[in-house]
Design a protein. Structure first.
Length: 76
């Protein structure tokens, strides 16, 4: 929808499911908690290698970190 912020990743959701704090992930990756916060709010995105490191840390498939693409609706 127009005006809505796009969601590209599901890092925040997976951290919540596993009850892992942003600080814990930041320390594991060697980045700041501000960086993790930006990724969790989709303000910015991790690189592909970083996504793989996050997935490994969370013990999930990297694809689970990505929001599926939804086809755009067109008016007939």
């Amino acid at each position: 929808m127009e005006g809505e912020k796009p969601i590209y990743n599901r890092i925040k959701a997976h951290l919540a499911l596993k009850q892992i704090k942003n600080k814990t992930l930041a320390e594991h990756l060697g980045v700041s908690t501000t960086t993790i916060s930006k990724w969790c709010t989709n303000y910015s995105q991790p690189s592909i290698p970083e996504l793989y490191r996050i997935a490994a840390f969370l013990h999930i498939n990297v694809c689970a970190l990505l929001e599926p693409v939804r086809p755009e609706r067109t008016n007939p």
